[in-house]
Design a protein around this ligand. Sequence first.
Ligand code: SF4
Ligand code: SF4
Length: 758
Amino acid sequence: MAEKLGVYICSGCDIGKALEMAPLLEAVTKGKNAGICPVVKQNPVLCSPDAVAEIEADIAANGLDGVVVCACSPRVKWDIFQFGQGVQVERVNLREQCVWSFREDDKVPGLLPLMAKDYIKMGVMKLSKSRIPAPEVPETFKTILVLGGGMTGLTAALEAAKLGKDVVLVERAATLGGKAATMYKTFPMSHPYLKAEDTGVDQLIAEVTANAKIKVLTSAELVSLEGAPGLYSATVNAGGEQKLDIGAVVLATGWVPGDKSFLAPMGYGRIKNVVTAAEFEAMTKAGSIVRPSDGKAPASVAFLTDVSLCTQGTVGGTAEVCAPVDPLPETPAEGEAEVNPYADKENAKHLAYSSELTSLVALKQAGYVREKLGEAVAFVLYDHMMVPGINERYYKSAQDDAGIMLSKATITAVTEDADGGVIVAAKDTLLGADIELKADLVVLPTAIVPVTAHEPTMNLQYRQGPGFPDLELFDGFVDSNYVCFPYETRRTGVYAAGCVRQPMTMATAKEDAAGAVLKAVQCIGSANRGVAVHPRSGDVSFPVFNFQRCTQCKRCTEECPFGALDDDEKGTPKPNPTRCRRCGTCMGACPERVISFDNYNIDQIGSMIKEVYVPDDMVAGGPRVIVLVCENDAYPALDMAAFRGKSWSPFVRFVPVRCLGSVNAIWVADAISKGVDGVIMLGCKYGPDYQCHFVKGSELCSRRKTNIAESLGRLGVEAERVEQYEVSIDEYDKVPALIERFMTEVITKFGPNPFKGY
Ligand code: SF4
Ligand code: SF4
């Protein structure tokens, strides 16, 4: 515990204009923690070099082991207020959360000093209950395991080797190259970005196989992955099982073609000369573009970029609504070039729209027609032509080719002509009229389905199971947070790259491979220093278990979003510190208060809440509401709102938490029994569109909230007094209204907490 604190109150940045300093200093010198605060001072500019030097001198002279900085938000000037490893720092946000956002209340005067005193006392209390964590620093393995030997996996292996890492590359097939090896060419990857290029995969294979730092295992499979980041033991079968010591994993297992039965409304399986883009690519790579019906070279080829047939309009008529057609049962096509091993699985998705990839593939393959078939012409009919960035040049070069006709079009029918040709009917075209065009061959897009949609398991030896949880949320793609943490999966130490993460071009997949490798390298380094990976990068704390009180209820092991806790046969949790992201969800889950962090624990936050002054008479003193605010998005949103001059009720007090998942019901119960009139949990969105930085934290909190509300109801306290609101970082303008809503819809409506004054 911090036992000798210096408390410094800044009067700069409007704080001194709004608040008298003397009563605030007195709140500490005459408060119950006065004995552990030998230095209590004010300063006109606490972030100035002189002030910082004064703090440093006080630390040296008084042997301070903690400094409470009562000034601006902890999100700013964090680099200035750092005083070495032995001195803990707590920031009290007087500027944004008090002065800048304060709003007078008509009926209750003098609220600002009360608020500032509350926050200062809470800060002192928090630090007095905080220890400096001693990280567990294991000796870690440094080798990176790359799963998948396609373009992404090969690039990842080379990038890791360039960084000096040993790499083991495991490829299921007998040869390297993956999907890239089946392609004739790929989209432009270099200036002037006008023509399709060789994939370069052969050269990449040569570089990988010649690199002494990369061990290539083909016809090989990962049998199981046991352990934790930096400490993995991978069992690989490559003509016999072998165990490998692994630091981190790059998952680059790629994609498989989607279920082709979804293409049936567009003629696939019914009309011989309708093929998929994957089949067209294979025949081009094999050397001859021919019609499946008669083996003859087509004189015209039509490429359709989306497979939603419009059924409610007719050629020549007026269309109303276009809707995707339900898939027909799969009909195997004659001469099918590529067999989808997963076609019977239900979760292959209908490609209901044009994408960047379907657009670029159509352009590329239209180019094949021009290159390989002499005078043949290509038609590209698209719903949306999506060619972001530099690929606009590629699109323009196709437009400039007289043999390629491009038009926006809504396809209304695909039928077979008597001579085996295919008639495509379309409306809403750039020609201004409904059209019917006849092509010798029609090519439909191939859906990209991640391998993980069908094989979600890496045979992880984790208590929560062998695969990645919640894959259905992401259509089988394993990336668990596209917005903030690309490459991240729900298993710390396993980073996804390429089309197993999201559909992408080869050029992007190569960049992706480099990104995922950097994450893997960071992860090994973090494990080796005993610190967390993102979002709490560098955090040295980890959950500590007081096992004597554990009832083996297994809530923590079940709720940890990252599978960091295994358990023994009795159900006692077995922590794996390097899997842990320090979210505190386990702490929030535990009904016995077994779990704590040295610098974040149940007693600490509970004691902070107890420091809030709650008047016995709500009419005279106003209500009090505790807001448990997630530090990831909600807290910065509040700061930004204050910065923009927004204000909110002066009766709320914010208590930052690592994640709403870490909120333990006891905090809410304690607050209510103390007479607090309401509790808001302010955190990230959950559900399919979630932005929770710990994936499940806010969702788990909302489930716990239901239980808390039921318990309150049994005690005669209105369940509505506890509410959870979702907010993202850019919704700062929404936060004051949310608080206002709670104050009017709950506090004004229900009046004082019935426990007030007891
Ligand atoms: S819930 Fe969070 S803090 Fe607890 S073990 Fe899991 S990752 Fe670590
Ligand atoms: S939630 Fe608490 S009591 Fe239950 S198993 Fe985990 S540590 Fe033990």
